[in-house]
Design a protein around this ligand. Structure first.
Ligand code: GRG
Length: 295
C-alpha cells in the first residue's frame, strides 16, 4: 500500500468513528429516523470532502482533532444532498453507495426528514466543538458552510441542474451550474479545514484557487465515469446523464477533450499550491486521486 493510500484509509476510518459518534443512536427516539440517518451516512462513500478538509488543515497546521468535526459537518451536508437528490421528485434513483437509496429502504417522507436532520446536525457540529483559534473565525466557518450549501451554492446549483434537463447548455452555463452544485461544497471543505489552523489571506486565496480547480475537475471526471463506468463499479446507476438527456462535459466536449480538461485542471490545482509554505503533499495527492479515480 502506498503512503497516500494508508493516509486515506486512516482518515476514512477516523471519519467513520467521528460520524458514528455524532449521529444519534438508532435506539434513541425517533428510532426510525435515527436508523435512517445512520444508514445514509455510515459505511459508504469515498469521504472526499472530509479528506480535503483534513489535508487543508495540514497546510495551516491545524490539529486533526479539530478538523474532524468541520470535516464531518461538510460530509453531513453532502449526504443530505445525496438523499434528497435521489428522491423521485429529483433524480429518482434506487441505488447509492452500493445500497438501496434511503427512500427505497425506508420511505420518501423519512428520506426528506433524514436530509433535513443531517443539515441541522452539520451546523450543530460547527456550533458545539471548538474548531478555530477564536470565535470570529469559527463564526466565519459557519458562514462558509451556510453559503456553500444554500441557494447561492449547492441548492442553487441543483435548481439550475433540474431546470436544464433536455436544454441545450453552453459550456459556460454548464460550468456555472457545477461551480454551484458540486464545487461550492468542495471549496467549503478546503476552507473549513484550513480555518481550523492559522490561515493567512494569501493562503486562503491560493487554497480557494486550488478548490475551484478540483471542484470542476471532480465534476468533469464524474461525467466521464457516468458515461463510461459500470453501475457495479460506481455503486450508483451509471449512464443516467445520457438517459435523461442531461448536458455534461462529455456531451458538450466529447470524452477525449473532457479527459484533457481534467488534466489541465489538475495542473492548475497543483500550480495554485506552489505559493503555499505549509505541507501541501496531501492536497496534491488528493487532486491526483480525484482525477484518476475509477469510482
Ligand atoms: C438536493 C440540495 C440538493 C442538492 C443536490 C450534490 C447534489 C446536489 C446532487 C448529487 C448528484 C450528483 C451525482 C452530482 C455529481 C457529483 C457528485 C456530488 C457526486 C457524488 O459525490 P461523491 O462521488 O459521492 O463524492 P460519495 O458517495 O463517494 O460520497
Amino acid at each position: 500500500m502506498t503512503d497516500f493510500a494508508a493516509w486515506m484509509q486512516a482518515c476514512q476510518a477516523r471519519m467513520e468513528r467521528v460520524l458514528a459518534d455524532c449521529l444519534p443512536a438508532a435506539t434513541l427516539a425517533p428510532q426510525r429516523l435515527h436508523e435512517a440517518m445512520r444508514y445514509a451516512v455510515l459505511d459508504g462513500g469515498k469521504r472526499v470532502r472530509p479528506l480535503l478538509a483534513l489535508a487543508a488543515g495540514e497546510v495551516t497546521g491545524a490539529a486533526a482533532e479539530r478538523v474532524q468535526h468541520a470535516a464531518a459537518a461538510v460530509e453531513l451536508i453532502h449526504v443530505y444532498s445525496l438523499v434528497h437528490d435521489d428522491l423521485p421528485a429529483m433524480d429518482d434513483d434506487a441505488l447509492r453507495r452500493g445500497k438501496p437509496t434511503v427512500h427505497v429502504e425506508f420511505d420518501e417522507a423519512t428520506a426528506l426528514l433524514v436530509g433535513d436532520a443531517l443539515q441541522s446536525l452539520a451546523f450543530e457540529l460547527l456550533a458545539s466543538h471548538k474548531l478555530a483559534a477564536d470565535a470570529a473565525t469559527q463564526l466565519a466557518m459557519v458562514h462558509v458552510l451556510a453559503q456553500a450549501s444554500g441557494s447561492r451554492g449547492m441548492a442553487g446549483g441543483q435548481a439550475i441542474d433540474l431546470a436544464s434537463v433536455g436544454q441545450p447548455l453552453e459550456l459556460t452555463e454548464l460550468e456555472f451550474m457545477h461551480i454551484h452544485k458540486t464545487g461550492a461544497l468542495i471549496r467549503a471543505a478546503v476552507l473549513l479545514g484550513a480555518h481550523c489552523g492559522i490561515l493567512t489571506e494569501a493562503a486562503a486565496t491560493s487554497l480557494d484557487r486550488y478548490a475551484k480547480c478540483i471542484g470542476l475537475a471532480f465534476q468533469v471526471v464524474d461525467d466521464i465515469l457516468d458515461a463510461e463506468a459500470s453501475t457495479a463499479t460506481l455503486g450508483k446507476t451509471a449512464g443516467k446523464d445520457a438517459a435523461r438527456n442531461k448536458p455534461t462535459y462529455v456531451s458538450l466536449l466529447g470524452a477525449a477533450r473532457a479527459r484533457e480538461l481534467a488534466q489541465e485542471l489538475r495542473a492548475d490545482a497543483h500550480a495554485a499550491l506552489d505559493t503555499l509554505s505549509g505541507s501541501t503533499t496531501r492536497l496534491r495527492q488528493l487532486a491526483d486521486f480525484i482525477i484518476e479515480r475509477s469510482y
